[in-house]
Design a protein around this ligand. Structure first.
Ligand code: SAH
Length: 246
């Protein structure tokens, strides 16, 4: 079955945007995923087709109306997770991406302005998802990032199936560094081990590089994953343990 994305937005022209090109665009043309946009404004009920109003209690900006957004959401059939892009959401990570990609698709609500009337979250089952601790002007670029990450995991989208498995985060570690020809560039050579043809040695080197890189740049990932990504033979190992001994 086709992985189906429905985007609720005030700017449907932003889709598929970059996802109409390259791998995602090819997969879209091949019907490996489908895209539908819903113009939120079509669900406005007043003469001015307004989707927002001034914040209760005062303050800057405008707030998206719960009634209009609920009507837009209710127009989309159930059966797929309904997400709302929000800086207050669950941080998007590869585990969530994998879970979404394995499902039937996603309905994604993109916010604009100052935010969304809180009552919408009480009245409708929406999963808020954040793409990071910074503020975008709208949910659309966040939805594009989420979709891109899901689409590349869909069956048949990436050429070599193995290239998705060794990457950053799949193992709980950042990825090892890559090199390609020329062998020497600006006086820098490709590490000799990579040209040795010794696959075991290369794998060990990459593993060690990945661990060193992660320790340096993202110690939080080591903290979070501990040894969970490498269960002991007994499967019973729970406690955190330094990984230097491998
Ligand atoms: N006033 C809000 C920000 C609103 S930004 C606050 O301070 O939290 C407008 C819209 O952009 C949001 O409704 C959301 O849909 C989207 N957005 C902004 N930053 C985001 C992020 N980090 N992750 C996901 N969506 C984001």
């Amino acid at each position: 079955m086709t992985w189906a994305a429905t985007i609720l937005t005030l700017y449907p022209e932003m889709f598929p945007g970059p996802l109409g090109l390259s791998l995602a665009g090819k997969a879209l043309a091949e019907g490996r995923w489908s895209l539908e946009t819903v113009q939120i404004r079509d669900f406005a009920t007043d003469r001015h087709r307004s989707v927002d109003d001034t914040p209760a209690g005062g303050g800057a900006g405008m707030v998206m109306r719960a009634d209009v957004l609920a009507a837009a959401l209710d127009s989309v059939p159930d059966g797929r997770p309904k997400l709302v892009m929000s800086p207050r959401g669950r941080p998007l990570d590869q585990a969530l991406v994998r879970a979404l990609a394995a499902g039937p698709g996603a309905t994604i609500l993109c916010g604009r302005f100052e935010g969304i009337d809180e009552r919408l979250f009480e009245a409708r089952p929406l999963v808020p998802v954040s793409v990071g601790d910074y503020v975008l002007s709208g949910g659309e670029p966040a939805a594009l990032a989420l979709l891109d990450a899901c689409i590349r995991l869909l069956p048949g989208v990436m050429g070599a199936p193995s290239s998705g498995e060794e990457e950053s985060f799949e193992s709980g570690l950042l990825e090892y560094p890559h090199y390609t020809r020329p062998v020497e560039w600006e006086g820098r050579r490709i590490p000799e081990v990579l040209r040795s043809g010794d696959h075991a040695k290369i794998a060990a080197w990459r593993r060690q590089q990945a661990e060193a890189e992660t320790r340096l740049r993202r110690p939080d990932l080591i903290e979070r994953h501990g040894d969970a990504r490498r269960p002991s033979p007994s499967g019973a190992q729970k406690k955190k343990k330094k990984k230097k001994d491998e």
